[in-house]
Design a binder for this molecule. Structure first.
Ligand SMILES: NC(=O)c1ccc[n+]([C@@H]2O[C@H](COP(=O)([O-])OP(=O)(O)OC[C@H]3O[C@@H](n4cnc5c(N)ncnc54)[C@H](OP(=O)(O)O)[C@@H]3O)[C@@H](O)[C@H]2O)c1
Length: 352
């Protein structure tokens, strides 16, 4: 067992004691052997051999899951490496200002292999024989939600590049360190990776890929003692939806490049209604990310983390519907919701 510096030691009293369960486990408590009893936390001895050093590819803004998690884990006593898209951005500055000296901000665009390699070298140099305890893949983009036929190919590709290939490449780069520490891999996916929601074909496909990647890795890495958790948040109000200015810009680009046949069939009015989805995120979701933070903390620090977490209002309910209800029910529900929100394409609403 190697000695761990006091700086990297999270105060045990602060570790989460709440049981976190998957939708399946919530539906049938008997599936979860630890349910009902306080969840075990890692003992100090285990933490000592497990090198409580955390790397965190997270994003640069000054809100969002990444920012909140970096601050929270720093407060708990972890040594946090916060990967940011822009190390000179205001979010990175804010972190340097408000967190302890343990926290390092690292430039890391997850679509840039060289930046991932450079970040890896810096982490190796800093942690040396203390090792790395956890990798949390949090970077993500939503794109502009539209009917799948209208979403430009470039948006499908960029969602996959950040949300899936970025997470895979970061995971592969840091896995040797995690295998050594028998640590944790925590991937922030989405309820959208399981529950089909209209207008999210690009985003949700990339999150479904991430969820399945994580599940396969969970099985393969168990022989190395590495535990893998997937976080499937519901709707939280963060920067991910963008601003009304960014929606207008994106909408203009899409309209300018849409083939005339699609413009004709869908109609301008229907296309302009698409951004109601983004308005809805602002209205119906909460900015309190505490449930997400608690779940990630549990995934990183509990002795027996869950394979799946579903933070957010009604998230478990929706996941259970996706798992257990007939597809026809799900499709009927989604159809009703969407017709109310944005009507029908011109070609379907014009009487023949
Ligand atoms: N908010 C929700 O309701 C919700 C629900 C389900 C899942 N999620 C997932 O949770 C994660 C965090 O999202 P959030 O809600 O906290 O939104 P957010 O504040 O927009 O965080 C996402 C961050 O990813 C960063 N990013 C984008 N492209 C990147 C790249 N190429 N390399 C590195 N970082 C990059 C962005 O950096 P910049 O700020 O510098 O642009 C952004 O800060 C995402 O994976 C998202 O898909 C969110």
């Amino acid at each position: 067992m190697r000695k761990l510096s006091a700086l990297t030691f999270p105060p045990i009293s602060l570790l989460s004691k709440l049981p976190r369960t998957s939708p399946l486990q919530r539906a049938w408590p008997s599936l979860n052997s630890t349910r009902g009893s306080p969840c075990s936390v890692i003992s100090p001895a285990a933490l000592v051999c497990a090198h409580a050093v955390l790397l965190w590819p997270f994003a640069g803004g000054d809100s969002g899951f990444g920012h909140g998690l970096a601050k929270h884990l720093d407060k708990l006593g972890f040594t946090v490496f916060a990967g940011v898209l822009d190390e000179k951005g205001s979010g990175a500055e804010e972190l340097r200002r408000s967190c302890s000296k343990r926290l390092s901000v690292l430039q890391m665009d997850v679509t840039n292999p060289q930046q991932i390699k450079d970040a890896h070298s810096k982490v190796v140099e800093k942690v040396q024989d203390k090792g790395l305890w956890a990798v949390i893949n949090n970077a993500g983009i939503l794109g502009f939600p539209m009917d799948g036929e209208l979403i430009p190919m470039a948006d499908y590709k960029s969602c996959m590049a950040v949300n899936f290939f970025g997470a895979v490449e970061v995971t592969k780069t840091f896995l040797p360190l995690l295998r050594k520490s028998k640590g944790r891999l925590v991937n922030i996916s989405s309820i959208g990776g399981v529950f089909p929601m209209q207008q999210l074909a690009a985003y949700s496909s990339s999150k479904a890929a991430l969820t399945m990647f994580s599940s396969v890795m969970r099985q393969e890495l168990s022989k190395w003692g590495v535990k893998v958790s997937v976080i499937q948040p519901g709707g939280f109000r963060t920067n991910i939806a963008g601003t009304s200015e960014s929606w207008d810009q994106k909408e203009k680009v899409i309209l300018d490049h849409l083939p005339p046949e699609l413009q004709e069939d869908y109609g301008r009015d229907y296309i302009l209604q698409q951004k109601n989805f983004l308005r809805g995120i602002g209205i119906f979701s909460t900015s309190d990310i505490t449930p997400l933070i608690r779940d990630v903390e549990h995934a990183v620090s509990a002795k027996s983390p869950s394979a799946f977490y579903a933070p957010g209002k009604l998230t478990s309910l929706f996941l259970n519907i996706a798992f257990f209800f007939p597809t026809s029910f799900l499709d009927y529900f989604e159809k009703k919701q969407n017709i109310q929100k944005k009507g029908m394409p011109r070609a379907l609403s014009t009487p023949k």
